[in-house]
Write a protein that binds this ligand. Structure first.
Ligand SMILES: Cc1cc2nc3c(=O)[nH]c(=O)nc-3n(C[C@H](O)[C@H](O)[C@H](O)COP(=O)(O)OP(=O)(O)OC[C@H]3O[C@@H](n4cnc5c(N)ncnc54)[C@H](O)[C@@H]3O)c2cc1C
Length: 422
C-alpha cells in the first residue's frame, strides 16, 4: 500500500467541495499528494449541508424498482406526492427516465443491489477511518437507522427491501410498537404499528460540519482551498490537466471531478458522456424549544419522509423532484408535510419553522455513483452521482479514488461504477 513516505507525490485538483470532494481531498492529502480543493461556494455548503444525516449501511435497494416503476404515472399527476416530474422538464428528463425504467427491471435491481452492497457495507468503517484522521469521530454517531410503518400493509409493501438486505447480509431487526417506543419515546404511539431498525448505521447531525472537519484534516496535511467558479477542465498535451476558473488557469498532474449534480459538463469537456440528472430534495427545519425530541433519524416510508434530529433542530426531509438545475424551488409539497410532522412528533407542535431548503441530489438512473478513471484521460478521476447516498458513500468513494490514483487494486470490482456503462 502506498504511504505518504513511498507514494509519488502528485499535484491534484479536486473539483467540488461537497462531502464527496472534502472526503477525497482528505484521503489524497493523507497519501502525501498536494491537493487543491476548488469550489465556487464554501466547503460543504451546498447539497451536502441539508441532507438527513444518515450513513445507511442497509441502503442496498436502488431507487428504481418494479414497484416504483408502477407508480410513475401517479408522480406525473399527483400534486401532493413525494415524487414529482415537472411537466416543463419532462422532455429533457426523458433519456434519463428511460434508463431509470430499464434499471428497475428485476434482474437489473439484483445486480445494482449487489454493487450498492459493496459500497454501503464499507460506508461506516471508511467514514470512521477519515474521521479518525480529522478529529471528527465525535461527529458520527452509531445510533442506527429506524423506519416506522403506520400500517401492516405499508410494512409488507417493502418486502423487496428486506429480501435484498437479507441477501447482502445487512444487520436489521423488525420491531414491534413497544420496542419502537423504547427507542423513540417522543414519537406519537398512534403513528406506528411496527418498524425496521438497522443498528449499525451512523448519523451525522451536522453534515456541513463533517465536510469542514474533513477539509481541516486535509488542510493540516497541506491541502489548499480555492473559492472560484470552475469553467473548464482540459487535458494538456504534456499529460497535465488544466483547470480554468474565473480567476486563474492552473495545471495539475491529475484532477478529480466531484462537482455533484454539475459534473456532466466537466466529464463532457474530457470527452466522457454520462447519464446524470438531479433529483431535487427538500427539508423544513423546526426551531427547537426544548431538549432533543429524537435520538436518531426516523423514516416514515408510507409518507416518503424522514425526521432527523439535526444539530439545530428537527428536520423533515423529503421530495424527489425532477426539474433540473435551473427551476426555482417549489416548497408546496414539503410544507404539506408539516401537519403530519406535528402529529407524529407532538413535541414539534409549538415549534416555529426556521428554514426551508432545497438541494440537488446528483443522480444516475441506476442509483450507482460514477467512481473511476476516465477512459479518455488517465489523469482524470470521477467521484460523483451518489444520488440519495452521497453522505453514506463519500468516504468509501474517497478511499477508492485514492487507491486508483496510487495505482493500487481496488478491494472489489469497480466495473459497475464506470462512467461509460450507460
Ligand atoms: C433532501 C436530501 C436528503 C438526503 N439525505 C441523505 C442521507 O440521509 N444520507 C445520504 O447518504 N445522502 C443523503 N442525501 C444525498 C446527499 O446529500 C448527496 O448525495 C451529497 O450531498 C452529494 O454530495 P456531493 O459532494 O457529490 O455534491 P454537492 O454537495 O452538491 O457538492 C458539489 C459541489 O460542487 C460545487 N460546484 C459545482 N459546479 C461548480 C463549478 N463550476 N465550479 C466550482 N464548484 C462547483 C458546488 O458548489 C458544490 O459545493 C440527501 C440529499 C437530499 C437533497
Amino acid at each position: 500500500m502506498a504511504t505518504p513516505e513511498n507514494a509519488p507525490r502528485r499535484s491534484i485538483a479536486v473539483l467540488g467541495a461537497g462531502i464527496v470532494g472534502a472526503s477525497t481531498a482528505l484521503a489524497l492529502a493523507a497519501e502525501g499528494h498536494a491537493v487543491t480543493l476548488i469550489d465556487r461556494g464554501e466547503v460543504g455548503a451546498g447539497t451536502s449541508s441539508g441532507n438527513a444525516g444518515g450513513i445507511v449501511e442497509g441502503a442496498v435497494t436502488p431507487t428504481a424498482t418494479p414497484d416504483v416503476l408502477r407508480s410513475i404515472p401517479s408522480y406525473m399527476f399527483n400534486p401532493h406526492g413525494a415524487a414529482v416530474l415537472r411537466p416543463a422538464y419532462a422532455l429533457r428528463a426523458l433519456p434519463w427516465l428511460l434508463r431509470f425504467i430499464a434499471a428497475g427491471r428485476p434482474a437489473r435491481v439484483a445486480s445494482i443491489a449487489a454493487a450498492l452492497a459493496e459500497l454501503v457495507s464499507r460506508s461506516m468503517p471508511s467514514h470512521l477511518a477519515l474521521a479518525e484522521m480529522s478529529a471528527a469521530l465525535g461527529a458520527i454517531r452509531t445510533v442506527g437507522w429506524l423506519k416506522v410503518y403506520g400500517s401492516q400493509a405499508g410494512f409488507e409493501g417493502t418486502a423487496l427491501q428486506r429480501e435484498l438486505m437479507t441477501r447482502h447480509g445487512v444487520n436489521f431487526t423488525i420491531l414491534n410498537a413497544r420496542e419502537i417506543a423504547a427507542l423513540e419515546p417522543n414519537l406519537n404511539p398512534d403513528s406506528y404499528t411496527c418498524g425496521l431498525f438497522q443498528p449499525g448505521s451512523g448519523f451525522v447531525d451536522h453534515p456541513r460540519g463533517l465536510a469542514e472537519k474533513y477539509f481541516t484534516g486535509a488542510h493540516a496535511r497541506g491541502a489548499q482551498f480555492v473559492q472560484d467558479n470552475v469553467l473548464e477542465l482540459r487535458a494538456a498535451a504534456d499529460g497535465k490537466i488544466t483547470v480554468r476558473t474565473e480567476n486563474a488557469t492552473r495545471n495539475f498532474d491529475a484532477a478529480v471531478v466531484a462537482t455533484g449534480a454539475w459534473s456532466r459538463r466537466f466529464a463532457a469537456q474530457i470527452g466522457d458522456r454520462v447519464s446524470l440528472d438531479t433529483e431535487r430534495g427538500y427539508h423544513i427545519s423546526f426551531a427547537p424549544d426544548a431538549g432533543p425530541l429524537l435520538n436518531r433519524p426516523v423514516g416514515f416510508p408510507e409518507k416518503d419522509c424522514v425526521l432527523s434530529p439535526m444539530h439545530d433542530g428537527i428536520s423533515v426531509v423529503s421530495i424527489d423532484e425532477l426539474a433540473g438545475l435551473e427551476a426555482p424551488p417549489d416548497y408546496r409539497r414539503i410544507r404539506a408535510l408539516v401537519p403530519f410532522v406535528r402529529s407524529v412528533l407532538p413535541g414539534t407542535g409549538a415549534q416555529t419553522i426556521q428554514r426551508e431548503w432545497m438541494g440537488y441530489r446528483p443522480s444516475t438512473p441506476d442509483s450507482l455513483p460514477v467512481i473511476g478513471r476516465s477512459p479518455r484521460c488517465a489523469n482524470v478521476f470521477y467521484a460523483f452521482g451518489h444520488g440519495h447516498l452521497g453522505l453514506t458513500l463519500a468516504a468509501i468513494t474517497a478511499q477508492l479514488v485514492a487507491a486508483l490514483v496510487a495505482g493500487r487494486a481496488a478491494p472489489f470490482d469497480l466495473a459497475p461504477y464506470r462512467i461509460d456503462r450507460f
